[in-house]
Design a protein around this ligand. Structure first.
Ligand code: SF4
Length: 693
């Protein structure tokens, strides 16, 4: 470990929860994480001294008794302990056998945004070079794939354009939508609240009156899934009032007229009818945003997780372009990415069926030549199946073997009964994780992995900042880092991967990924604030905000792309009269594998719940804290009622973190045609009381 003080170890590292990328010192002793303390402010560009409750107290899971400590092999309904050699042999034999019989692309690989950049790079290399399959994907498909697809079409890079501290922290105005920032990205929310106290305007457009609404200049309640209407309406109003930035539009963009024409039908009256946003609120927000010197447009999964998620992103991008809020300090498009390393591991490192590392096209010959020169073998030159398509292919028997690193699809896929069914159809499943997750329960072989507190590597936070991760404790039992496991497995398949450290992997990344071309461990160790990509050469200081000179296209111009109107796929009806939406709570994290094993999280929010408006609760005969059955067209769950006025009476909310009362028993498969993100955010349901507990 980094530095030894007696038996106490200390590591300056990066938080393993959200993508704000807070940094701190992590202390450990004999395998237990003792706690965190603020690190040198130079090394904490996103958070200074702050951390949220998860960063500060969320490390109990590291020494949980539930940690996997040896490989496991299934025997009938049970698992038995096995040696690493036996586990590797089994994976090699089973996957090879499936591929011999059914072809290379009968197996698929899942990577993990929780793991380091280096591990994700090797995961996709394992899929492409070792298994020769194009089917590799990760959970970024399920959270911000529509952000990436939308931003690539309009501005060029699928990433936040600006910095957290200097831009989000110092802008004149915010439009925040589809993000419960105080609970999902708490330290980022603190920055925004401070700046609002200092005079910045904050517009929050949300179906639920979330914490940020309290601090807003204007909180506007929207109908779930109707964001294109009010975003297009704002663009229309700004143009009509001649408040658009003509100089920026003329010099730095193209296709403005297409958007101008497409937003024409979105009059304030039409917007109100579709989205519930009143003409006064629409005009006030649009005019304030257009007149502000700088504005930050922030969003998260409330915008992205729709069957029209990409169009939502196009619509918000058009608003940023029409007001000239790109390429300058204090302004920008700010997708708040979810997991610690979803920007880097889930995106930049290319564990995705249509992207090689660095968002390079696998079907491009020059790109394939470059990878062949370094790997000695060409990666498959085709686009593989996206995660939801893989589950369909599993049901159809086209994908028969799967290797999952650090993901829990049995809770995170939409309509999880279907996902479970698909997983059970597999001939062979190997899962590599820190716990026996709901998904690992279905595996044939389970490999015990190291947590982020137990390894070296890098994470890239939501502002494109590549930061060091360092170990404070040793992995438990025989657990190994994902990086080591992947190298051992590649070895077992006959590939001599001779990386001796994550630094060696980063050397290969910088060789193959132009936006990481100047990033090395030597530089990262001597640059406490990390490096923001694009960082293309050894002496490139990195890029704090994007598009100062040009957008990421050959002609340097941003593209206006019209966002055609679409609303929710399922609308309430007689049988399912309520609209269910989902989200996070401060104390928990994603499918809860870590926070459900963390004391402070379970003390505050021990189980799933459904928030119901008091009027609706009365109508349904439901009392606070009593159990209710929530039923959709896919299934039903029983959860506690939380009677609380946060939304319209017809809208209810369930958090996404629990295995008991899992919201994805209810959600649907409907996919965004551009990004393949599922429509998680709007589901029609009915609720009935089941009586006191
Ligand atoms: Fe960790 Fe995010 Fe909390 Fe920071 S805000 S401590 S990165 S969970």
């Amino acid at each position: 470990s980094d530095a030894r003080l007696g038996r106490i170890t200390k590591a300056e590292t990066t938080c393993n929860y959200c993508a704000v990328g807070c940094r701190f010192e992590l202390y450990g002793k004999d395998g237990d994480v003792l706690g965190v303390r603020p690190a040198d402010p130079e090394a904490t560009p996103a958070n200074d001294f702050s951390t949220c409750v998860k960063g500060k107290f969320g490390y109990d899971f590291v020494d949980s008794d539930d940690r996997l400590t040896t490989p496991l092999i299934r025997e009938g309904d049970e698992f038995r302990e096995a040696s690493w050699e036996e586990a590797y042999d089994r994976i090699y034999e089973e996957l090879s056998e499936i591929q011999r019989e059914h072809g290379d692309d009968s197996v698929a690989v899942t990577s993990s945004s929780k793991c380091t950049n280096e591990e994700n790079f090797l995961n996709q290399k394992f899929a492409r070079q070792v298994l020769h399959t194009p089917h590799v994907d990760n959970c970024a498909r399920l959270c911000h794939s529509s952000t990436v697809t939308g931003l690539k079409q309009t501005v060029g890079f699928g990433a936040m354009t600006n910095r957290i501290n200097e831009d989000i922290g110092e802008t004149d105005c915010y439009l925040i939508t589809g993000s419960n920032t105080t609970e999902g990205h708490p330290v980022l929310a603190t920055r925004i609240k401070q700046n609002v106290r200092d005079g910045a305007d904050l517009f929050v457009f949300e179906p639920r009156e979330i914490g940020m609404a309290e601090h807003a200049t204007q909180y506007t309640r929207t109908k779930p899934g109707e964001d294109i209407a009010w975003l297009n309406g704002m663009v229309r109003h700004i143009i009509e009032e001649d408040l658009h930035d003509t100089e920026f539009i003329e010099e730095r963009t193209k296709h403005f007229d297409d958007v101008k024409e497409k937003v024409e039908p979105f009059t304030p009256e039409k917007v109100e009818e579709l989205s519930g946003v009143s003409p006064e609120e629409l005009k006030n927000a649009a005019e304030t945003i257009a007149k502000a010197d700088t504005c930050i447009f922030g969003w998260a999964m409330g915008m992205t997780q729709h069957a029209h998620g990409t169009r939502n992103v196009l619509a918000i991008t058009n608003l940023a372009l029409v007001t000239g809020n790109l390429g300058k300090p204090g302004a920008g498009l700010s997708p708040f990415r979810g997991q610690n390393n979803v920007q880097g591991g889930g995106g930049d490192m290319g564990p995705a069926p249509h992207n090689l590392p660095g968002y390079q096209d696998p079907t491009d010959d020059e790109v394939a030549d470059k990878f062949e020169r370094v790997w000695g073998e060409r990666p498959p030159q085709e686009t593989g199946l996206r995660l939801p398509e893989q589950y369909e292919a599993m049901t159809d028997g086209e994908i028969r073997g799967m290797f999952i690193m650090g993901e829990n699809p049995v809770l995170s896929e939409p309509d999880i009964r279907e996902a479970e069914h698909a997983i059970q159809e597999l001939d062979f499943l190997a899962v590599q994780d820190i716990f026996l997750t709901e998904t690992a329960e279905f595996a044939d072989v389970v490999l015990p992995a190291a947590s982020a507190a137990e390894k070296y590597g890098t994470f890239t936070n939501t502002e494109r900042r590549v930061q060091m991760v360092r170990p404070a404790v040793e992995p438990p039992g025989e657990a190994k880092t994902d990086l080591r496991i992947l190298c051992d497995l590649a070895q077992r398949f006959g590939y001599d991967w001779d990386y001796t450290s994550p630094a060696d992997v980063m050397d290969e990344i910088s060789q193959l990924v132009p936006i990481y071309g100047g990033i090395t461990y030597d530089r990262l160790e001597s640059t406490p604030e990390g490096l923001q990509w694009p960082c293309e050469e050894e002496d490139d200081p990195g890029t704090p905000f994007l598009y100062e000179e040009e957008f990421n296209f050959d002609d340097g111009l941003a593209r206006f792309v019209p966002a055609d109107y679409a609303g929710p796929v399922e609308m309430p009806d007689e049988e399912f009269p309520l609209m269910l939406t989902s989200g996070r709570v401060l104390y928990h994290w994603h499918t809860g594998t870590m926070t459900r094993r963390t004391q402070v999280s379970m003390d505050h929010v021990p189980e799933s719940f459904v928030t119901i408006h008091p009027e609706m609760a009365e109508q349904l005969g439901v009392k606070d804290d009593e159990y209710v059955r929530v039923t959709s067209r896919r299934g039903d769950i029983v959860v506690k009622a939380d009677v609380h006025e946060m939304s319209d009476p017809g809208v209810v909310f369930i958090p996404m973190h629990f295995a008991q009362g899992a919201i994805n028993e209810l959600t649907q498969h409907e996919l965004d045609p551009d990004s393949y993100i599922p429509e998680y955010k709007v589901t029609s349901v009915r609720i009935e009381p089941v009586g006191p507990d």
